[in-house]
Design a protein around this ligand. Structure first.
Ligand SMILES: [Zn+2]
Length: 230
């Protein structure tokens, strides 16, 4: 038996030149999520870390599907906790379901924000999500890669109630220092969790499991769509 109190991989600090802060310091990082709460669940720790270390981090929420006032307020509170800028990309002060948009309209919305922000990295949903809106956003985000170069990452599939979904991280972000901000940002979405008596500890568990894989306390996993190693 191995001692489970010790990580199987020795925690060894990555060289500073390999760090996330070094890669994106002073640059803009755009995270795209279909709905309020998607970004917090998947990469809240990563976004807080990027922000704390000098990147401009924009949380692009495609639309608010229901309960506009409440969910917008929750998204604003969560973004403030993470220190990031919130953008609702299809707004107009009302709810909008992504499935009701034409594909070209969704691509146009994402194209516009990419052209405006010129991000160094984009993080968004992956193709294996079970929520149709998430897959639609992934498909539209994929096509924005034609506009210019940026690093492209996909994050862990999201759910309010756990379901089996396929995801293989190929990069990990050490979020040991920002896990509490992530959990607080998730908790800010009361209409999705607290008010429905849905526990949020599974998101800490996922981060703990990813951390164990790479020898740190907490980590968030990313799939790499494209990444320029210069
Ligand atoms: Zn969602």
């Amino acid at each position: 038996m191995t001692d489970l109190a010790n990580p199987p991989i020795a925690a060894r600090p990555a060289p500073a030149t390999h760090s996330l802060p070094a890669r994106y310091k002073g640059a803009t990082v755009l995270a795209i999520g279909a709905h309020p709460d998607d970004l917090e669940l998947a990469i809240g720790g990563t976004l807080a870390k990027l922000r704390e270390t000098g990147a401009r981090v924009v949380m692009g929420v495609v639309s608010i599907p229901a309960d506009y006032e409440t969910r917008r307020a929750e998204a604003e509170a969560a973004a403030a906790i993470l220190g990031c800028e919130l953008r609702v990309l299809v707004d107009g002060g009302r709810t909008q379901r992504i499935e009701d948009m034409k594909t070209y309209e969704l691509v146009k919305v994402l194209d516009a924000v990419i052209k405006e922000l010129q991000p160094a990295a984009v993080l968004t949903h992956g193709p294996s999500e079970f929520h149709r809106d998430h897959v639609l956003v992934y498909d539209a985000a994929i096509s924005t890669q034609r506009l210019r170069y940026f690093d492209f990452f996909c994050y862990h599939p999201n759910f309010c109630r756990p379901v089996p979904v396929q995801f293989h991280p190929r990069a990990y972000v050490d979020v040991s220092d920002t896990i509490e901000a992530k959990m607080a940002a998730i908790a800010a979405h009361r209409s999705q969790f607290g008010n429905r008596n849905l526990p949020i500890d599974i998101y800490r568990d996922i981060a703990r499991m990813n951390g164990r894989i790479v020898g740190v306390q907490y980590a968030e996993g990313l799939d790499v769509g494209r990444m320029l190693l210069a």
